[in-house]
Every structure is written in structure tokens, then in C-alpha cells.
Design a protein around this ligand. Structure first.
Ligand code: SAM
Length: 345
């Protein structure tokens, strides 16, 4: 029997605190970039615990800023951490962390909305979609104005198995304004149920891990923050192209307080709207007098499947946009949108 080799546990050496780093490098939060920093390492450790077992994992952190979450990730004994930060002011502070964890931290000055992560990690990490998730994790506390478009982009990447999902069912742990976190997890009948709920839940298991009070951030944002964990599903709950699902879901929620047939109707040119809406609802087995938030995932699946068939039968249907038709009817009263959620554009 070989000798039992005791492996050294990696811990970062003593370093200036995040607060000291902010002072040292003059990193005042820029309001126009919605920079709110997490300085409490107990909270950043908690985010990391919710992300999964990061030991020997490969992690992609988006928007590390002064590096609070970055430290917790390094202390979780990861194999490799890649951070992408847009604001160059943070690079020297991150470089200090990189020096303290030799060979573990790669710093990229870039934009997460365009950065191509699909080549950033070794090929051998790739898993089949049906397998357990790979040892690649995405973690980030980004500005709210970036996190919502980013999750929509990543959901589309999940549906196409590209971008960060070339490695398989890469798990993500991201922060959102609490109200957006509630939308992401909202179930049938919940008043927060919206486009984002369906788009996220048809592709992922979505869990609200915990809420961070606004006062934990410096400077304090107006709202509390939800930490949300996403695991892509082996089988999406709707088997249609992302853009088609997005169009059906977005239209359905266009008038969120009205009966669902109003929103579904705008998928069709006005001349045949009534007839086609009735046909679609009947074939999808959806009661036209349900409100959008009362529709189940099965309802949305059926609606998408029927709409797909109707698009296959009429090649102009998918490109139809009710706003264009409205614009052409000069002098007509515009449709009043009955929407109170800002993810509905
Ligand atoms: N993660 C740090 C924390 O929790 O303390 C910083 C959080 S702060 C809300 C968001 C960070 O994301 C900032 O450092 C900001 O410069 C960075 N950021 C904003 N937009 C970005 C983008 N498009 N790409 C990369 N980084 C971005």
C-alpha cells in the first residue's frame, strides 16, 4: 500500500480586506455602472456554497469588481478561475489575488455580453448533455441592467447547447434584483409569473437560493437581491426553437391582466386574428378566459407546438409583427399595453 499522502488545503494568504483594496486602489463605485460591492466574506462564502461543490472545479466569474466573491471562489479550492471584468480600475486588485493564488486566477478585461467562454476551458471537461453537469460553473453578481439580458442570452445558448453550454449542462449562480429573482421562480398563479418565468423554467431547474438585504452592499442599492441557481434540464419542457417560444410567451404576456386570448391574438394579422386565435387555443386545449399567469408549462408547450404547425403551414406568419401592422394604420388608436413588468419588451 502506498503511503497516505495528506493533501494541503488551499487557503489564500492574509491579504488586505476588500474594503482596504477599495481604498488602496481608489475604487469608488460608479453609479452609472450600477456598481454595488459585497464586502462581507461570510455572504460571499454563502453564495459559493449555493453554487455547488467547487473543489477542483473550473469557474467563470462575471463582473468580479474588487474581488469579494473571487476570494471565496479561490478559497473553495477550485482548479481554475477565469474572471471577466469590464472596468480596468479593478485589474490591479484582482492581480493581487492572482499573485496570492499562483496559477489559479486568469483575469480578462472584457465584456461578459460578448466574451466567448466556449474556448476558455479545457476540452476534456466536456460532458454529454444527458450526463451529470460538468465541473464548470458560472458565478456572478452583476449590475441588474446586465444580468437580465445576460440570462436571456444564456437561456438561448442553453436551448442551442452553445456558448457556456458546450461543456454540457453548466450550472449558474447569479444575483438579480429580488423582484426579478421572484419572476424567475414564479409558479402557476403567482402574481410575479411573467415571460421570464416561462423562458427560464422551460429550460432549467431554477432555485431561489437566498435573499441578500440591500444593506449588505456598498453602496446600498434601492432593492434587496436574490441569489438564483440554474441547472439546465436534460429535456427542455418545450421542444421548439428559442425564438419561437420567446415570441409566443412574450405575446401571451403582452396584456397580463386580461384574458390570455388577447395576447395570443397578436400573433396573427388582424384580418384573420379572431379565427386563428380560436383555432390555436382550441388545438392547444387552452381556455381563452384564463389569465396569462394562470397558464401552466403544458399550456405553453401546447401553444408553441400548435403555433409551430401554423407557421409551417403559412410561411409569412412567423415574421408577422403586430406593431408593424399598427404603425401602418395611421390615425388608429395604439394598443394599450396592460403590462407592469419591465422584462416584457
Ligand atoms: N462582483 C462584485 C461584488 O459582488 O462585489 C462586483 C459587483 S458590481 C454589482 C458589478 C461588477 O460587474 C462591477 O465590477 C462592474 O464593473 C462589472 N461589470 C458591469 N458590466 C459588465 C460587463 N458587461 N462585463 C463585465 N463586467 C461588468
Amino acid at each position: 500500500m502506498g503511503a497516505h499522502v495528506k493533501q494541503a488545503v488551499f487557503r489564500l494568504p492574509p491579504l488586505p480586506t476588500i474594503g482596504e483594496i477599495i481604498k488602496l486602489f481608489g475604487l469608488r463605485a460608479q453609479k452609472q455602472l450600477s456598481q454595488n460591492f459585497l464586502l462581507d466574506l461570510r455572504l460571499t462564502d454563502k453564495i459559493i456554497r449555493k453554487a455547488g461543490n467547487l473543489k477542483n472545479a473550473h469557474v467563470y466569474e462575471v463582473g468580479p469588481g474588487p474581488g469579494g466573491i473571487t476570494r471565496s471562489i479561490l478559497n473553495a479550492e477550485v482548479a481554475d478561475l477565469l474572471v471577466v471584468e469590464k472596468d480596468t480600475r479593478f485589474v490591479p486588485g484582482l492581480q493581487m489575488l492572482s499573485d496570492a493564488a499562483p496559477g489559479k486566477l486568469r483575469i480578462v478585461h472584457g465584456d461578459v455580453l460578448t466574451f466567448k467562454v466556449e474556448k476558455a476551458f479545457p476540452e476534456h471537461l466536456k460532458k454529454k448533455w444527458e450526463d451529470d453537469p460538468p465541473s464548470v460553473y458560472i458565478i456572478g453578481n452583476l449590475p441588474f441592467s446586465v444580468s437580465t439580458p445576460l440570462i436571456i442570452k444564456w437561456l438561448e445558448n442553453i436551448s442551442e447547447r452553445n456558448g457556456p453550454f458546450v461543456y454540457g449542462r453548466t450550472q449558474m449562480t447569479l444575483t438579480f434584483q429580488k423582484e426579478v429573482a421572484e419572476r424567475l421562480i414564479a409558479g402557476i398563479g403567482n402574481k410575479q409569473r411573467s415571460r421570464l418565468s416561462i423562458m427560464a423554467q422551460y429550460l432549467c431547474k431554477v432555485q431561489h437560493s437566498f435573499t441578500i438585504p440591500g444593506r449588505a452592499f456598498v453602496p446600498k442599492p434601492e432593492v434587496d437581491v436574490g441569489v438564483v441557481h440554474f441547472t439546465p434540464l436534460v429535456q427542455p419542457r418545450i421542444n421548439q426553437p428559442f425564438k419561437l417560444v420567446e415570441k409566443v410567451v412574450q405575446s401571451t404576456f403582452q396584456f397580463r391582466r386580461k384574458y390570455c386570448h388577447h395576447g395570443i391574438g397578436i400573433l396573427f394579422p388582424q384580418a384573420e386574428r379572431s379565427e386563428n386565435t380560436q383555432k390555436m387555443l382550441m388545438l392547444a386545449d387552452v381556455d381563452p378566459t384564463l389569465r396569462p399567469a394562470q397558464l401552466s408549462m403544458l399550456h405553453f408547450k401546447n401553444l408553441c407546438d400548435v403555433y409551430r404547425k401554423m407557421c409551417d403551414e403559412d410561411s409569412n406568419l412567423f415574421s408577422y409583427n403586430f406593431r408593424d401592422e399598427l404603425g401602418q394604420k395611421k390615425g388608429k388608436k395604439p394598443i394599450k399595453e396592460d403590462t407592469d413588468d419591465d422584462d416584457n419588451d
